[in-house]
Ligand binder design. Structure first.
Ligand SMILES: NC(=O)c1ccc[n+]([C@@H]2O[C@H](COP(=O)([O-])OP(=O)(O)OC[C@H]3O[C@@H](n4cnc5c(N)ncnc54)[C@H](O)[C@@H]3O)[C@@H](O)[C@H]2O)c1
Length: 258
């Protein structure tokens, strides 16, 4: 699908580059891994779900690492030799602050903030040696604005924005860029699970959650498709990306326009 939608130069643009994608088994991570592979990159796909990783491997020839990304020390060397890092793996948990389980707080901080930091720290030396690197955090519209019951998610996504901005300043002189992509609701498993949680919390049907909660803040009333996020990932790694750093790219149906 990606190959057929690209011209010849784009399909080899990332030849010789190695890209590590976290949470590559599903949704945005899977779409990004497929797009990077179709552009010629060697993809290292990481996820805790072995089955979905094997499917991805069959689809695009990615190397796979089955890993619990809350403890990256167990799986990755100190000198991580990758050119492109996509910090994507994430989960959502919706709950009022006073009922938010502390073990979920720790899990979300580890997976979505500590691990991205860890992977950045371990991959920067190799990128600096090569004077080229691309670091992309899949943040969220919730890296820019808050919503009730998403305190920890909002906190980690704001943190992810700050992390990638800081890295952009430290890494710029070495040819390494760091940016985030901040989507509103994307049609993935994560979003499907949220519909059920929001229905329970707000005492409304799943059907009403989409219209009355999820699509209420946006100008364009549609869900975003994972390959639309992957297209931005590709752009930020591609031949016209040398001066793009420290930025956060909203793909949010106009959520943050007001
Ligand atoms: N779907 C949306 O509406 C949306 C919107 C904005 C941002 N995002 C962000 O996009 C990223 C990807 O989300 P998605 O919607 O594609 O979700 P998804 O549930 O489809 O995919 C997430 C992947 O991460 C993996 N994962 C989760 N915890 C893990 C762990 N501990 N170790 C290893 N792998 C783990 C899962 O197995 C899964 O394959 C997340 O960071 C999410 O916050 C999603």
């Amino acid at each position: 699908m990606y190959l057929s939608s690209m011209n010849g130069s784009e399909s080899t643009a990332l030849m010789g580059k190695t890209a590590l994608v976290t949470g590559a088994g599903s949704g945005i991570g899977r779409a990004s891994a497929l797009a990077l592979a179709a552009s010629g990159a060697k993809v290292i796909a990481v996820d805790r779900d072995e089955q979905t990783l094997k499917e991805l491997q069959a689809d695009c020839g990615a190397d796979i690492i089955v890993a619990d990304l809350t403890t990256p020390e167990k799986y990755f060397p100190d000198d991580l030799k990758i050119d492109i890092l996509i910090n994507n793996a994430g989960i959502q948990h919706v709950s009022p602050v006073e009922q938010f389980p502390m073990e979920k707080v720790d899990l979300m901080l580890a997976l979505m903030l500590r691990t991205p930091f860890y992977l950045i720290q371990k991959s920067l030396p190799y990128m600096y040696r090569n004077k080229w690197g691309r670091i992309i955090g899949i943040s969220s519209v919730h890296g820019h604005v808050a919503s009730p019951f998403k305190s920890v998610y909002v906190a980690v996504k704001h943190g992810m924005e700050g992390l990638h901005k800081t890295v952009s300043l430290e890494a710029g002189a070495n040819g390494v860029t760091a940016n985030t992509i901040a989507p509103a609701f994307v049609r993935t498993n994560l979003m499907e699970k949220q519909i059920a949680s929001q229905a329970e919390l707000n005492h409304i049907s799943k059907e009403r959650v989409l219209d009355e909660i999820m699509l209420a803040p946006v100008a364009i009333k549609r869900l975003i498709e994972p390959n639309e996020i992957a297209a931005m990932v590709l752009y930020l790694c591609g031949p016209n990306s040398n001066s793009i750093t420290g930025s956060s790219f909203s793909i949010d149906n106009g959520w943050t326009a007001k």
